[in-house]
Ligand binder design. Structure first.
Ligand code: XMP
Length: 311
């Protein structure tokens, strides 16, 4: 049977009201379609009994805190924005192993959320886990940070009671629900972005100046490489250096990989056949606007064997 976003919204609204009633819930939003949809669903179901929190962890896309603030104020909610950059960079310091980095992110994320739950005296945490997160965690492909029970974390240890209203949906269905809930296209059609943010797009240690570079490159590839067939587009900062020539002199500089994939549900993916002219545009802007880059490559690997993100 075809998916009906209206029916889904009616059912989930009722379910949230039954589960949470007059108690308070917190929704941590990253600006991504899943968490924004959860926030709108919670607003519809619970009215003023919600706290919208944005953790400014320093690993988000350009301009994110302002976008979020503006949007929610426009729909009548003042979001809480916590500057927690230092805590995240401290946790990631010195870590180069992908799993250690994911663990450091996850641990800091849930510890901080636990603090928020206590400080706002909320009873529930509403999370935007979707079906693909669950399937991939079950298969052990990624220790997705947002499927706590599956990765052996007990939400109670973080002081959290968790509700996941989108857990049966795939990304394209979430987008349909998002639009019905009134989210503008800039959120509803936004490219997926992982919870650990730009940390998944830096090979090796995650430090603020590398994040700044990859944040700029991310904006450039998202601006230039568009189109209905692009499920996700990303830029990755590799850990090695390459030889370049700058102002006639040899110099060792950074290597950035561009990855653009077609996919329906993120479980499998294939590289997009981007026109050279578009790739060249992205390359030129990266070389000009991201300091220290001497090489830009395009990743042609499908998933599997590669995953979409690099860590
Ligand atoms: P991978 O890299 O596993 O990504 O092929 C599949 C999809 O999931 C996103 N992704 C994540 N999402 N937490 C998330 O919420 C994470 O830890 C995470 N890691 C990857 C990725 O961007 C892609 O859309």
């Amino acid at each position: 049977m075809a998916f009906s976003p209206n029916k889904f919204i009616t059912e989930k609204t009722k379910e949230l009201q039954q589960k949470i009633g007059n108690q308070k819930a917190l929704i941590a939003t990253s600006g991504g379609v899943d968490s924004m949809t959860c926030a709108m669903l919670a607003k519809k179901a619970l009215g003023n009994n919600i706290v919208i929190l944005f953790l400014d962890d320093g690993l988000m896309r350009e301009g994110e805190p302002d976008e979020i603030r503006k949007f929610f104020i426009g729909v009548g909610i003042t979001p809480e924005i916590w500057d927690v950059k230092d805590a995240f960079f401290e946790a990631l310091k010195g870590k180069v192993d992908p799993e250690e980095k994911r663990f450091a992110f996850r641990d800091t994320f849930y510890r901080t959320l636990g603090q928020a739950v206590r400080s706002y005296s909320v009873d529930f945490l509403i999370q935007g886990t979707i079906a693909a997160d669950i399937v991939e965690t079950q298969k052990g492909i990624k220790t997705q940070h947002n499927v706590l029970s599956q990765i052996g974390l007990n939400p109670a240890n973080f002081g959290l009671k968790i509700v996941e209203p989108l857990r049966e949906l795939y990304k394209h269905q979430v987008r349909e629900v998002a639009k019905k809930l009134g989210l503008p296209n800039r959120f509803a059609e936004r490219k997926p972005f992982p919870g650990p943010g730009l940390a998944t797009r830096i090979i090796g240690e995650v430090v603020p100046d590398k994040v700044e570079k990859i944040r700029k490159a991310t904006k450039i590839v998202e601006d230039t490489i568009r189109g209905a067939s692009v499920f996700q587009v990303l830029a990755v900062l590799l850990s090695d250096k390459a030889t370049g020539i700058v102002n006639g002199k040899r110099m060792l500089g950074d290597i950035i990989a561009i990855r653009a994939v077609e996919s329906k549900d993120a479980l499998t993916a294939s590289p997009c056949r981007i026109p050279w002219a578009t790739l060249f545009k992205a390359r030129d802007r990266i070389l000009k606007e991201v300091p220290g880059v001497v090489k830009v490559v395009y990743d042609i690997t499908p998933k599997p064997p590669s995953t979409i993100e690099y860590i």
